[in-house]
Design a protein around this ligand. Structure first.
Ligand code: HEC
Length: 163
């Protein structure tokens, strides 16, 4: 009975109309075709990310094999990097909560945790901008990564419900 009530409660949260504060409870979706998000994201990118990830999303020289103070260098966000290998939700969480939260406290990383630096909508915007710069074939692969990821999540939730 308790489990049933909490399921209903969670469903209600998911159905609530979205605003910035309830964003984390909803499915995360980038908006690379939305010019408002892309324009905003471009500004956020230049202010917050370009110093490490490069003005043209090219990353830091030697990012593949060099480390500085035991930390990796910033990878590119263009086609040559691996940002596009990850679904929207993971990119969002990495940016918002940081690598330590996702991987472990002893992970050494230079990238700031953006949760308290920029609003959730700006995180969506900056990642939407990044995606908007990818060539059509990469965007298509990334869309497929997202739909596979969502399908997996949905199946896992269904299996979880049967217990
Ligand atoms: C101080 C430097 C720095 C800044 C500023 C910075 N990053 Fe990073 N970022 C890094 C480093 C270094 C990594 C790789 C960390 C690792 O793999 O250990 C990284 C990795 C990432 C990844 C994962 C990429 C992948 O291929 O797995 C994403 C996504 C990302 N950054 C987004 C952003 C966004 C968005 C901003 C701006 C809002 C930003 N970063 C600002 C240094 C930075």
């Amino acid at each position: 009975m308790i489990a049933r009530t909490s399921t209903i409660f969670v469903s209600m949260i998911l159905l609530m109309p979205g605003d910035a504060t309830s964003l984390s409870a909803k499915a995360i979706e980038l908006r690379p075709k939305d010019p408002v998000y892309v324009q905003l994201g471009k500004k956020v990118y230049q202010n917050q990310c370009a110093s490490c990830h490069g003005v043209n999303l090219e990353g830091q020289e030697g990012w593949r094999d060099r480390k500085v103070d035991g930390m990796r260098l910033a990878p590119p966000h263009d086609k040559s990097g691996h940002t596009w290998h990850h679904p929207d939700e993971l990119l969002y969480k990495l940016t918002k909560y940081g690598f330590k939260a996702m991987i472990g406290e002893d992970y050494k990383v230079s990238m700031p945790v953006y949760d308290s630096i920029i609003e959730d909508q700006k995180i969506i915007a900056v990642l939407s901008y990044i995606k908007s710069t990818w060539p059509a074939d990469i965007k298509k692969i990334h869309d497929k990564i997202n739909s596979d990821y969502k399908l997996n999540r949905a199946m896992e939730e269904k299996i979880g419900d049967r217990d």
